[in-house]
Design a protein. Sequence first.
Length: 383
Amino acid sequence: MKEGIYWVGAIDWDLRNFHGYLTQRGSTYNAYLIIDEKITLIDTVKKHLTDDMFQRIASVIDIDKIDVIVSNHVEMDHSGAISAVLEKAPNAKVYTSIAGKKGLEAHFDTSSWDLEAVETGVEISLGKRSLEFVQTPFVHWPDNMVTYMKEEKLLFSNDSLGQHLASTERFDDEYSFDVIMQEARKYYANIVLPFGTQVQNVLKTLSTLDIEMVAPSHGIIWRKHIAEILQEYTKWSSNNTEKKAVIVYDTMWGSTEKMAKTIMQEFDKKGYKTSLKHLGFNHISDIMTEIIDAEYICVGTPTLNRGMLPTVSAFATYLIGLAPKGRKVITFGSYGWAQQGVKVLNKWLEEAKMNIVYSTDVNYIPSENDLERIANDVKEVLN
Ligand code: FEO
Protein backbone atom coordinates (compact mmCIF):
# COMPACT_ATOMS: atom_id res chain seq x y z
CA MET A 1 0.00 0.00 0.00
CA LYS A 2 2.84 2.30 0.96
CA GLU A 3 6.47 1.72 1.88
CA GLY A 4 6.33 -0.75 4.78
CA ILE A 5 2.53 -0.94 4.91
CA TYR A 6 0.81 -4.07 3.64
CA TRP A 7 -2.71 -5.38 3.16
CA VAL A 8 -2.70 -8.77 4.92
CA GLY A 9 -6.44 -9.48 5.00
CA ALA A 10 -8.54 -12.27 3.54
CA ILE A 11 -10.89 -12.56 0.59
CA ASP A 12 -14.22 -14.27 1.26
CA TRP A 13 -15.18 -15.12 -2.30
CA ASP A 14 -18.15 -17.29 -1.34
CA LEU A 15 -19.85 -15.07 1.24
CA ARG A 16 -23.46 -14.52 0.21
CA ASN A 17 -25.21 -13.86 3.52
CA PHE A 18 -23.91 -11.33 6.02
CA HIS A 19 -26.53 -11.54 8.77
CA GLY A 20 -29.37 -11.21 6.30
CA TYR A 21 -27.60 -8.92 3.82
CA LEU A 22 -27.15 -10.53 0.38
CA THR A 23 -23.46 -10.09 -0.40
CA GLN A 24 -23.63 -11.18 -4.02
CA ARG A 25 -20.08 -10.05 -4.70
CA GLY A 26 -18.56 -11.69 -1.58
CA SER A 27 -16.41 -9.60 0.72
CA THR A 28 -12.96 -9.06 2.16
CA TYR A 29 -11.81 -8.63 5.74
CA ASN A 30 -9.02 -6.12 5.53
CA ALA A 31 -6.16 -6.34 7.99
CA TYR A 32 -3.12 -4.11 7.63
CA LEU A 33 0.48 -4.70 8.66
CA ILE A 34 2.80 -1.78 9.45
CA ILE A 35 6.52 -2.42 9.55
CA ASP A 36 8.12 0.11 11.89
CA GLU A 37 10.08 -0.09 15.13
CA LYS A 38 6.87 -1.51 16.56
CA ILE A 39 5.41 -4.04 14.15
CA THR A 40 1.69 -3.31 14.10
CA LEU A 41 -1.39 -5.14 12.90
CA ILE A 42 -4.57 -3.12 12.30
CA ASP A 43 -7.60 -5.40 12.77
CA THR A 44 -7.77 -9.08 11.81
CA VAL A 45 -10.14 -11.34 9.83
CA LYS A 46 -12.99 -13.80 10.35
CA LYS A 47 -11.74 -16.76 12.33
CA HIS A 48 -12.09 -19.32 9.53
CA LEU A 49 -9.76 -17.25 7.32
CA THR A 50 -7.01 -16.88 9.96
CA ASP A 51 -4.56 -18.99 7.93
CA ASP A 52 -4.99 -16.73 4.88
CA MET A 53 -4.03 -13.73 7.01
CA PHE A 54 -1.13 -15.61 8.60
CA GLN A 55 0.27 -16.55 5.18
CA ARG A 56 0.14 -12.93 4.08
CA ILE A 57 1.79 -11.68 7.27
CA ALA A 58 4.43 -14.43 7.03
CA SER A 59 5.31 -13.32 3.50
CA VAL A 60 6.49 -10.04 5.08
CA ILE A 61 7.64 -10.85 8.61
CA ASP A 62 7.47 -13.55 11.30
CA ILE A 63 4.10 -13.29 13.04
CA ASP A 64 5.73 -13.53 16.48
CA LYS A 65 7.39 -10.17 15.81
CA ILE A 66 4.06 -8.31 16.05
CA ASP A 67 4.25 -5.77 18.90
CA VAL A 68 0.93 -3.96 18.56
CA ILE A 69 -2.59 -4.96 17.51
CA VAL A 70 -5.21 -2.27 16.95
CA SER A 71 -8.78 -3.53 17.25
CA ASN A 72 -10.94 -0.83 15.71
CA HIS A 73 -14.12 -2.89 16.12
CA VAL A 74 -15.22 -5.87 18.19
CA GLU A 75 -17.50 -7.51 15.60
CA MET A 76 -15.95 -10.87 14.85
CA ASP A 77 -15.34 -10.34 11.15
CA HIS A 78 -12.48 -8.11 12.40
CA SER A 79 -11.65 -9.46 15.85
CA GLY A 80 -12.08 -13.15 15.06
CA ALA A 81 -8.36 -13.88 14.67
CA ILE A 82 -6.93 -11.73 17.49
CA SER A 83 -6.62 -14.70 19.87
CA ALA A 84 -4.76 -16.67 17.20
CA VAL A 85 -2.35 -13.78 16.65
CA LEU A 86 -1.78 -13.47 20.39
CA GLU A 87 -0.99 -17.18 20.62
CA LYS A 88 1.93 -16.54 18.25
CA ALA A 89 2.81 -13.08 19.58
CA PRO A 90 1.75 -13.26 23.25
CA ASN A 91 3.49 -10.02 24.23
CA ALA A 92 1.69 -7.89 21.66
CA LYS A 93 -0.25 -5.01 23.14
CA VAL A 94 -3.88 -4.62 22.02
CA TYR A 95 -5.36 -1.12 21.67
CA THR A 96 -9.09 -0.64 21.39
CA SER A 97 -11.78 1.87 22.36
CA ILE A 98 -13.33 1.96 25.84
CA ALA A 99 -16.48 0.20 24.60
CA GLY A 100 -14.18 -2.06 22.56
CA LYS A 101 -12.40 -3.24 25.71
CA LYS A 102 -15.73 -4.26 27.25
CA GLY A 103 -16.75 -5.90 23.98
CA LEU A 104 -13.51 -7.85 23.57
CA GLU A 105 -13.74 -9.00 27.19
CA ALA A 106 -17.27 -10.27 26.46
CA HIS A 107 -16.18 -12.13 23.31
CA PHE A 108 -12.82 -13.59 24.37
CA ASP A 109 -10.88 -14.72 27.40
CA THR A 110 -8.71 -11.61 27.63
CA SER A 111 -7.23 -12.42 31.04
CA SER A 112 -3.75 -12.84 29.56
CA TRP A 113 -4.03 -9.97 27.04
CA ASP A 114 -2.18 -6.68 27.41
CA LEU A 115 -5.32 -4.73 26.54
CA GLU A 116 -5.54 -0.93 26.69
CA ALA A 117 -8.59 1.23 26.05
CA VAL A 118 -7.88 4.52 24.29
CA GLU A 119 -9.96 7.64 23.81
CA THR A 120 -10.14 10.05 20.91
CA GLY A 121 -6.92 12.00 20.52
CA VAL A 122 -4.65 9.38 22.08
CA GLU A 123 -1.57 8.96 19.92
CA ILE A 124 1.00 6.17 20.05
CA SER A 125 4.41 6.15 18.40
CA LEU A 126 5.42 3.16 16.32
CA GLY A 127 8.92 4.56 15.72
CA LYS A 128 9.09 6.61 12.56
CA ARG A 129 5.32 6.84 12.38
CA SER A 130 2.43 7.20 14.77
CA LEU A 131 -1.20 6.22 15.16
CA GLU A 132 -3.98 8.46 16.45
CA PHE A 133 -7.31 7.01 17.56
CA VAL A 134 -10.70 8.58 16.88
CA GLN A 135 -13.85 7.11 18.46
CA THR A 136 -16.74 6.67 16.03
CA PRO A 137 -19.41 5.22 18.32
CA PHE A 138 -22.37 3.62 16.58
CA VAL A 139 -20.83 3.67 13.16
CA HIS A 140 -22.08 1.04 13.52
CA TRP A 141 -21.45 -0.57 16.95
CA PRO A 142 -20.81 1.34 20.20
CA ASP A 143 -17.16 0.27 20.10
CA ASN A 144 -16.20 1.44 16.63
CA MET A 145 -13.15 3.65 16.21
CA VAL A 146 -10.89 4.63 13.33
CA THR A 147 -7.12 4.97 13.35
CA TYR A 148 -5.16 7.71 11.59
CA MET A 149 -1.50 7.75 10.58
CA LYS A 150 -0.59 11.36 9.93
CA GLU A 151 2.89 10.66 8.50
CA GLU A 152 1.32 8.69 5.64
CA LYS A 153 -1.99 10.63 5.56
CA LEU A 154 -3.62 7.24 5.90
CA LEU A 155 -6.95 6.54 7.61
CA PHE A 156 -7.87 3.02 8.71
CA SER A 157 -11.63 3.59 8.68
CA ASN A 158 -12.83 0.10 9.65
CA ASP A 159 -16.49 -0.52 8.65
CA SER A 160 -17.16 3.05 7.58
CA LEU A 161 -16.58 3.72 3.87
CA GLY A 162 -16.37 -0.03 3.22
CA GLN A 163 -18.06 -2.26 0.69
CA HIS A 164 -18.80 -5.99 0.55
CA LEU A 165 -16.78 -6.76 -2.55
CA ALA A 166 -14.40 -9.70 -3.05
CA SER A 167 -11.55 -8.77 -5.33
CA THR A 168 -7.85 -9.28 -5.91
CA GLU A 169 -7.65 -5.61 -6.86
CA ARG A 170 -7.07 -3.51 -3.77
CA PHE A 171 -7.46 0.09 -4.93
CA ASP A 172 -10.30 2.18 -6.29
CA ASP A 173 -8.35 3.07 -9.44
CA GLU A 174 -7.99 -0.63 -10.30
CA TYR A 175 -11.67 -1.61 -10.27
CA SER A 176 -14.95 -0.41 -11.77
CA PHE A 177 -15.83 2.82 -9.99
CA ASP A 178 -19.56 2.26 -10.57
CA VAL A 179 -19.46 -1.18 -8.94
CA ILE A 180 -17.48 0.09 -5.94
CA MET A 181 -19.96 2.94 -5.42
CA GLN A 182 -22.94 0.63 -5.84
CA GLU A 183 -21.54 -1.69 -3.17
CA ALA A 184 -20.64 1.26 -0.91
CA ARG A 185 -24.22 2.47 -1.27
CA LYS A 186 -25.60 -0.96 -0.47
CA TYR A 187 -23.27 -1.22 2.53
CA TYR A 188 -24.43 2.16 3.85
CA ALA A 189 -28.11 1.32 3.33
CA ASN A 190 -27.87 -2.03 5.10
CA ILE A 191 -25.32 -1.37 7.85
CA VAL A 192 -24.89 2.32 8.54
CA LEU A 193 -28.32 3.80 7.74
CA PRO A 194 -29.66 4.01 11.32
CA PHE A 195 -26.70 6.14 12.40
CA GLY A 196 -26.86 9.26 10.20
CA THR A 197 -26.28 11.70 13.07
CA GLN A 198 -23.25 9.78 14.28
CA VAL A 199 -21.89 9.60 10.70
CA GLN A 200 -22.19 13.36 10.35
CA ASN A 201 -20.19 13.83 13.56
CA VAL A 202 -17.51 11.50 12.24
CA LEU A 203 -17.40 13.33 8.90
CA LYS A 204 -16.81 16.59 10.78
CA THR A 205 -13.85 15.03 12.58
CA LEU A 206 -12.45 13.51 9.38
CA SER A 207 -12.67 16.88 7.62
CA THR A 208 -9.95 18.13 10.01
CA LEU A 209 -7.54 15.37 8.93
CA ASP A 210 -5.25 15.42 5.91
CA ILE A 211 -6.13 12.15 4.16
CA GLU A 212 -4.55 10.66 1.03
CA MET A 213 -5.72 7.08 1.48
CA VAL A 214 -8.69 5.49 3.25
CA ALA A 215 -8.29 1.83 4.13
CA PRO A 216 -11.64 0.37 5.26
CA SER A 217 -12.12 -3.07 6.76
CA HIS A 218 -14.15 -4.36 3.81
CA GLY A 219 -13.57 -4.12 0.08
CA ILE A 220 -11.58 -1.65 -1.92
CA ILE A 221 -9.11 0.92 -0.55
CA TRP A 222 -9.81 4.54 -1.53
CA ARG A 223 -6.95 6.61 -2.94
CA LYS A 224 -8.43 8.25 -6.03
CA HIS A 225 -12.09 8.78 -5.18
CA ILE A 226 -11.92 9.82 -1.51
CA ALA A 227 -13.78 13.07 -2.16
CA GLU A 228 -16.57 11.23 -3.99
CA ILE A 229 -17.19 8.65 -1.26
CA LEU A 230 -17.11 11.31 1.47
CA GLN A 231 -19.58 13.37 -0.55
CA GLU A 232 -21.91 10.37 -0.84
CA TYR A 233 -21.66 9.67 2.90
CA THR A 234 -22.54 13.30 3.55
CA LYS A 235 -25.59 12.94 1.32
CA TRP A 236 -26.73 9.57 2.68
CA SER A 237 -26.25 10.56 6.32
CA SER A 238 -28.33 13.72 5.83
CA ASN A 239 -31.38 11.51 5.12
CA ASN A 240 -32.31 13.90 2.32
CA THR A 241 -34.60 12.19 -0.15
CA GLU A 242 -35.25 12.51 -3.86
CA LYS A 243 -38.57 12.64 -5.65
CA LYS A 244 -38.65 8.87 -5.69
CA ALA A 245 -41.04 6.10 -4.61
CA VAL A 246 -40.15 2.46 -4.01
CA ILE A 247 -43.15 0.16 -4.15
CA VAL A 248 -42.46 -3.11 -2.34
CA TYR A 249 -44.98 -5.94 -2.30
CA ASP A 250 -45.76 -9.61 -2.53
CA THR A 251 -48.92 -11.04 -3.98
CA MET A 252 -50.89 -14.28 -3.71
CA TRP A 253 -53.32 -14.18 -6.60
CA GLY A 254 -52.42 -10.83 -8.19
CA SER A 255 -54.69 -8.45 -6.22
CA THR A 256 -51.94 -6.72 -4.26
CA GLU A 257 -49.88 -6.58 -7.45
CA LYS A 258 -52.69 -4.73 -9.26
CA MET A 259 -52.81 -2.22 -6.42
CA ALA A 260 -49.00 -1.86 -6.49
CA LYS A 261 -49.04 -1.03 -10.19
CA THR A 262 -51.92 1.41 -9.79
CA ILE A 263 -50.04 3.23 -7.03
CA MET A 264 -46.85 3.26 -9.10
CA GLN A 265 -48.68 4.83 -12.05
CA GLU A 266 -49.83 7.74 -9.90
CA PHE A 267 -46.25 8.40 -8.79
CA ASP A 268 -45.14 8.17 -12.45
CA LYS A 269 -47.76 10.72 -13.46
CA LYS A 270 -46.45 13.12 -10.80
CA GLY A 271 -42.91 12.84 -12.13
CA TYR A 272 -41.52 10.62 -9.39
CA LYS A 273 -38.77 8.12 -10.08
CA THR A 274 -40.37 4.77 -9.28
CA SER A 275 -39.10 1.30 -8.54
CA LEU A 276 -41.42 -1.73 -8.31
CA LYS A 277 -40.04 -4.51 -6.11
CA HIS A 278 -41.78 -7.90 -5.90
CA LEU A 279 -40.44 -9.57 -2.77
CA GLY A 280 -40.44 -12.93 -4.51
CA PHE A 281 -37.75 -11.70 -6.89
CA ASN A 282 -35.85 -9.00 -5.01
CA HIS A 283 -33.72 -9.36 -1.90
CA ILE A 284 -34.62 -7.12 1.03
CA SER A 285 -31.05 -5.80 1.20
CA ASP A 286 -31.19 -4.71 -2.47
CA ILE A 287 -34.54 -3.03 -1.80
CA MET A 288 -32.97 -1.08 1.08
CA THR A 289 -30.32 0.17 -1.34
CA GLU A 290 -33.14 1.62 -3.46
CA ILE A 291 -34.80 3.13 -0.39
CA ILE A 292 -31.69 5.04 0.69
CA ASP A 293 -32.88 8.21 -1.10
CA ALA A 294 -36.62 7.52 -1.58
CA GLU A 295 -39.22 10.01 -0.31
CA TYR A 296 -41.98 7.37 -0.34
CA ILE A 297 -41.91 3.73 0.72
CA CYS A 298 -45.05 1.84 -0.33
CA VAL A 299 -45.55 -1.62 1.16
CA GLY A 300 -48.20 -4.07 0.01
CA THR A 301 -49.27 -7.41 1.43
CA PRO A 302 -52.12 -9.85 1.03
CA THR A 303 -53.54 -11.40 4.17
CA LEU A 304 -52.27 -14.86 5.00
CA ASN A 305 -54.16 -16.39 7.91
CA ARG A 306 -53.89 -13.75 10.67
CA GLY A 307 -51.21 -11.52 9.23
CA MET A 308 -48.94 -10.59 6.36
CA LEU A 309 -47.26 -12.87 3.88
CA PRO A 310 -43.96 -13.92 5.51
CA THR A 311 -41.93 -12.22 2.76
CA VAL A 312 -43.57 -8.91 3.65
CA SER A 313 -43.19 -9.40 7.40
CA ALA A 314 -39.48 -10.17 6.84
CA PHE A 315 -39.13 -6.98 4.84
CA ALA A 316 -41.05 -4.96 7.45
CA THR A 317 -38.81 -6.33 10.21
CA TYR A 318 -35.71 -5.36 8.23
CA LEU A 319 -37.07 -1.91 7.37
CA ILE A 320 -38.07 -1.15 10.96
CA GLY A 321 -34.61 -2.20 12.17
CA LEU A 322 -32.83 0.09 9.74
CA ALA A 323 -35.34 2.88 10.53
CA PRO A 324 -34.86 5.26 7.59
CA LYS A 325 -35.82 8.72 8.84
CA GLY A 326 -38.25 11.22 7.36
CA ARG A 327 -39.93 8.90 4.85
CA LYS A 328 -43.61 8.82 3.93
CA VAL A 329 -45.21 5.40 3.92
CA ILE A 330 -48.17 4.02 1.99
CA THR A 331 -49.55 0.59 2.85
CA PHE A 332 -51.95 -1.49 0.79
CA GLY A 333 -53.14 -5.04 0.22
CA SER A 334 -55.97 -7.48 -0.03
CA TYR A 335 -57.78 -9.94 2.21
CA GLY A 336 -60.41 -12.69 1.94
CA TRP A 337 -62.34 -13.46 5.13
CA ALA A 338 -60.00 -11.85 7.70
CA GLN A 339 -58.99 -8.22 7.22
CA GLN A 340 -55.59 -8.67 8.81
CA GLY A 341 -52.58 -8.24 6.49
CA VAL A 342 -52.51 -4.46 6.16
CA LYS A 343 -53.83 -4.03 9.71
CA VAL A 344 -50.89 -5.97 11.18
CA LEU A 345 -48.43 -4.19 8.86
CA ASN A 346 -49.76 -0.80 9.99
CA LYS A 347 -49.49 -1.81 13.64
CA TRP A 348 -45.83 -2.73 13.20
CA LEU A 349 -44.99 0.45 11.30
CA GLU A 350 -46.92 2.68 13.72
CA GLU A 351 -45.13 1.12 16.69
CA ALA A 352 -41.87 1.93 14.89
CA LYS A 353 -43.12 5.54 14.52
CA MET A 354 -43.05 5.41 10.74
CA ASN A 355 -45.17 8.06 9.04
CA ILE A 356 -48.06 6.29 7.27
CA VAL A 357 -49.71 8.87 5.02
CA TYR A 358 -52.19 6.56 3.30
CA SER A 359 -53.41 3.00 3.77
CA THR A 360 -56.01 0.90 1.98
CA ASP A 361 -57.07 -2.68 1.54
CA VAL A 362 -59.64 -4.45 -0.61
CA ASN A 363 -61.66 -7.62 -0.30
CA TYR A 364 -60.40 -10.40 -2.59
CA ILE A 365 -59.93 -8.72 -5.98
CA PRO A 366 -59.82 -4.95 -6.58
CA SER A 367 -62.60 -3.85 -8.91
CA GLU A 368 -62.13 -1.08 -11.49
CA ASN A 369 -63.83 1.21 -8.99
CA ASP A 370 -61.42 0.16 -6.24
CA LEU A 371 -58.40 0.86 -8.44
CA GLU A 372 -59.83 4.22 -9.49
CA ARG A 373 -60.43 5.13 -5.84
CA ILE A 374 -56.87 4.13 -4.90
CA ALA A 375 -55.47 6.13 -7.83
CA ASN A 376 -57.47 9.20 -6.78
CA ASP A 377 -56.44 8.81 -3.13
CA VAL A 378 -52.74 8.57 -4.04
CA LYS A 379 -53.10 11.55 -6.37
CA GLU A 380 -54.60 13.47 -3.46
CA VAL A 381 -51.72 12.48 -1.17
CA LEU A 382 -49.22 13.74 -3.75
CA ASN A 383 -51.01 17.07 -4.35
FE1 FEO B 1 -17.39 -5.48 9.39
FE2 FEO B 1 -19.28 -4.37 11.98
O1 FEO B 1 -18.13 -5.54 11.11
